[in-house]
Design a protein around this ligand. Structure first.
Ligand code: NDP
Length: 456
C-alpha cells in the first residue's frame, strides 16, 4: 500500500499490508499475551503506560513530522495533538486504579457483595485518520490499563503513525503481542470482524460504523461507535464581544482543516448581529495562512484525502444552486496537493447539503435566524447528535438552549473542545458508547458480581 504525502502528492513509503493469515497469527499472539498479563498488578501496567507517555514527549518532533507528512496536519497542530494525547494519558494514569478497583457494596458480617471490573480479552480498535493520537489514546490506553490486548487498525491514511504506536509500546516494555497494529485498507478492517474478538471499538464514519455494528451484533460482545457530526453553533443577539466570538467560531470551523468530528459544521446567527458577525468572521478567515503544513505559520494545510476535494466542491455547488452566496473561497487550489480554499457561504438554509450532511473540510454555511426558538429548531434538525455550542453573554439563556440539544456534548462560549474528565459520546447517528471520563475507563471492562456468604 502506498503512503502519499497530501501536500506534495508524492509517495513517501510503501507498506506491506496484512492478510487473513498474518491477522490470525496476530490474534493468537494477542490471546496468549492477554492471558499472561490478566492476573498481573495494575500498577505494572500503569508503569508501562507512563513509559509510553514519556516516549511521546521525547520523540514529539519526529512523531509530529511523520503525522504531518502522511496526513497533512499543520505541524503546530500535530504537536498540539501529541501534547493533548499526553494530557489524556495523564488523566488515565491518575484515575484508572481507583475507577477499576473492586467495590465492596455490602459487608454486613454475613454477606459480602463485591463488584469487580474484568477486562474483556482481545479487542479491536478500528480508527480514523483525523486525530490518530487522540482517538487512539482514548481507546487503547484505558483498554490496556484494564488488562486487555488490542489489535489496532489505523486508517490507511495514518498507517505510519499506527506502526509507530506499536514500536512505542514495545519500547515502553509492554508484553509482546499485547498491542499489535494491523495495516491495510477497509478490507483488512473487515478481517478483524471475522475474528472471535471480545469487543469492537470503532471511530469513523456512520456508514462504516453501521456496517461494523451489524456484523458485531451477532457476536454479542461490547461494540462502541464514535461517528460523525454536524455540530451547530448559535450566536445569540446577546454578545458584547462579537470579535472574540468570530475568532472562536473560526477556530471551531477551520482547526485541523475542519476535519474534526466535533468541528463546527453549521452556524446560526441572530438577525440583530448577523451582518456584524459575518464581516468579522470573513475578515478572520481571509487572514488564515494556507500552505505547506510543515511551515509553522500555516493554519490550513492540505486535506488528508484527495476524494474529499470533489465532495466539498459538490457541497459548495449545491449550496450556490440553492441560493447560497460564497463570501470566501469556494473551490480547490490549482497548486499541487489536496488544497481546498477556506470557504464561507451565507444565506444558507436546510435545503442545502452544507447544512445537513457532514462536510469534514474547511467549508461553512451561515444561516440567519429571527429568534432563539428558530435557532433551537434548526440546531435540532439533524440526524447527528455529537455536540452543539451557544455563544451568549447570558448563561441562563445559553443553558436553556443547551438543555434542549439531543447531543452528547454542549458548549457555552466555546466549541471543538474535548476534556478527558468528561464523557465523550454521541447521540443518534453520532454513535453509541462513551470514551474518556470514568465511564470511558470502565468501557473496556465488564462488571462481575460476587455474592459471598461467609457462614451457612
Ligand atoms: P471511515 O469510516 O472511512 O474509516 C474508519 C476506519 O474503518 C478506518 O480504519 C477504515 O480503514 C476502516 N474501515 C473502512 N471500511 C471498513 C470495513 N468495511 N470494515 C472494517 N473497517 C473498515 O472513516 P474516516 O477514517 O474517514 O474518518 C472520518 C470520520 O470519522 C468522520 O465521519 C468523523 O466525524 C468521524 N470521527 C468521529 C470521532 C468521534 O469521536 N465521534 C472522532 C474522529 C472522527 P481505511 O481508512 O483504511 O479505509
Amino acid at each position: 500500500m502506498k503512503v502519499v504525502n497530501p501536500a506534495t502528492e508524492r509517495v513517501i513509503k510503501n507498506i506491506k499490508i496484512d492478510d487473513h493469515l498474518s491477522i490470525e497469527l496476530k490474534y493468537q499472539l494477542a490471546v496468549q499475551a492477554q492471558q499472561k498479563i490478566v492476573r498481573t498488578d495494575i500498577a505494572k501496567r500503569l508503569e508501562t503506560v507512563a513509559h509510553f507517555e514519556a516516549l511521546l514527549l521525547k520523540q514529539e518532533t519526529r512523531l509530529a513530522n511523520l503525522l504531518t507528512s502522511e496526513m497533512g496536519k499543520p505541524i503546530n497542530q500535530a504537536i498540539g495533538e501529541i501534547r493533548g494525547a499526553r494530557s489524556r494519558i495523564a488523566y488515565f494514569l491518575e484515575n484508572s486504579e481507583r475507577v477499576l478497583a473492586e467495590e465492596v457494596v455490602l459487608d454486613d458480617g454475613h454477606f459480602r457483595e463485591v463488584i469487580a471490573h474484568e477486562p474483556l480479552g482481545v479487542i479491536a480498535n478500528i480508527s480514523a485518520w483525523n486525530y490518530p493520537y487522540l482517538i487512539g489514546v482514548n481507546v487503547f490506553v484505558p483498554a490496556l490499563i484494564a488488562g486487555n490486548a488490542v489489535l489496532y487498525k489505523p486508517s490507511e491514511y495514518t498507517t505510519l503513525t499506527g506502526l509507530e504506536f506499536q514500536k512505542l509500546w514495545a519500547q515502553s516494555g509492554l508484553e509482546p503481542g499485547l498491542f499489535q497494529t494491523v495495516t491495510g485498507r477497509g478490507e483488512v478492517g473487515k478481517i478483524l470482524l471475522e475474528l472471535p474478538l471480545d469487543g469492537y471499538y470503532f471511530t469513523g464514519s456512520p456508514v462504516t460504523g453501521k456496517f461494523i455494528y451489524e456484523q458485531v451484533a451477532k457476536k454479542m460482545v461490547p461494540c462502541q461507535m464514535e461517528l460523525g457530526g454536524k455540530d451547530p453553533m448559535y450566536i445569540t443577539a446577546n454578545n458584547h464581544n462579537l470579535r472574540q466570538v468570530a475568532n472562536s467560531a473560526v477556530e471551531g470551523v477551520y482547526y485541523n482543516n475542519g476535519q474534526s468530528c466535533c468541528a463546527v459544521e453549521r452556524i446560526y446567527v441572530h438577525q440583530d448581529v448577523y451582518h456584524d458577525f459575518i464581516n468579522l468572521f470573513v475578515k478572520e478567515v481571509k487572514q488564515m495562512k494556507m500552505g505547506d503544513p510543515i511551515n509553522e505559520e500555516v493554519f490550513i494545510g492540505p486535506l488528508a484525502r484527495k476524494e474529499q476535494m470533489a465532495y466539498l466542491q459538490a457541497q459548495v455547488d449545491d449550496a450556490v444552486a440553492n441560493g447560497g452566496k460564497v463570501l470566501s473561497g469556494g473551490k480547490a487550489e490549482t497548486r499541487k496537493g489536496y488544497y481546498f480554499q477556506p470557504t464561507v457561504i451565507i444565506n444558507a438554509s436546510h435545503d442545502m447539503k452544507i447544512m445537513t450532511e457532514e462536510s469534514f473540510g474547511p467549508i461553512i454555511g451561515i444561516q440567519m435566524v429571527k429568534d432563539d426558538q428558530e435557532a433551537i429548531e434548526l440546531m435540532k434538525d439533524s440526524t447527528y447528535g455529537l455536540a452543539a455550542s451557544v455563544f451568549s453573554d447570558d448563561q441562563a439563556q445559553a443553558l436553556k438552549i443547551m438543555d434542549q440539544m439531543k447531543t452528547g456534548t454542549v458548549y457555552w462560549n466555546c466549541s471543538d473542545r474535548i476534556s478527558p474528565r468528561l464523557p465523550w459520546s454521541g447521540r443518534k447517528q453520532s454513535g453509541i458508547g462513551v470514551t474518556l471520563s470514568e465511564t470511558g475507563i470502565r468501557a473496556f471492562t465488564l462488571p462481575k458480581a460476587y455474592h459471598m456468604r461467609s457462614k451457612i
